[in-house]
Design a protein around this ligand. Sequence first.
Ligand code: IPE
Ligand code: MG
Length: 239
Amino acid sequence: MDGNGRWAKSRFLPRVAGHQRGVEALRVTIQTCIKRQIEFLTVFAFSSENWRRPAAEVSVLRQMFLAVLEDELEKIHEYGIRLKVIGDIEPFGERICELVQRGEALTAENHKLTLTIAANYGGRWDLLQAMNRAVEKNSAPVTVFTEELLAPHLAMSYAPEPDLFIRTGGEQRISNFLLWQLAYTELYFTTTLWPDFNTASLDEAILWYRQRERRFGRTSEQLESDQESKARSGRPKLA
Ligand code: IPE
Ligand code: MG
């Protein structure tokens, strides 16, 4: 979710106004995902590098995170959303940690949409914590890492790998987001600033995604013959 600051600056407003509009854009996106029956939405709210911002801005972002947790857990639950938070949230303080725990427990059985908020998250941090946990938790000493050994300890082990990655604000980088999980994800970049991102923007991204051909290392011809044989045997085609 990039571009809050630029959105505010172009209107001669303080950066915080951009962040506030950013929360609004997130609300709209969550509702659109539910309407479109998207089951998983993961948002990069605060990266492990964002601590480098001016202290006043870090403090505002922390306050906003706290306010959303304090005011909206019930609403999140009513919507049937399962809330998950990934990242090292301890530095945000006890109150936020408590509310995250409460929110995750309250919504654990919800199935409409899994909303994951990445806060003080970094893809490299995730890989390292997963490796350390694998070493710690494995009954036999770990001498070789395998995908099977590592995957259960990654922060998003409860979710399938993402189909679509959207970055707003014009930059074309991953910026240490879900490094492992994005291996086969379709990457979509838009110059739309996050506060301007709305239902039409998400629909446009989904439309773009649907035109991609997902080969997972195979050739187009293999996919085509696969689809033909599936059609012949009456099984459903690839989505
Ligand atoms: C994204 O908007 C919000 C967070 C990272 C919390 P930015 O604050 O990065 O906005 P720009 O890039 O300055 O426009
Ligand atoms: Mg930015």
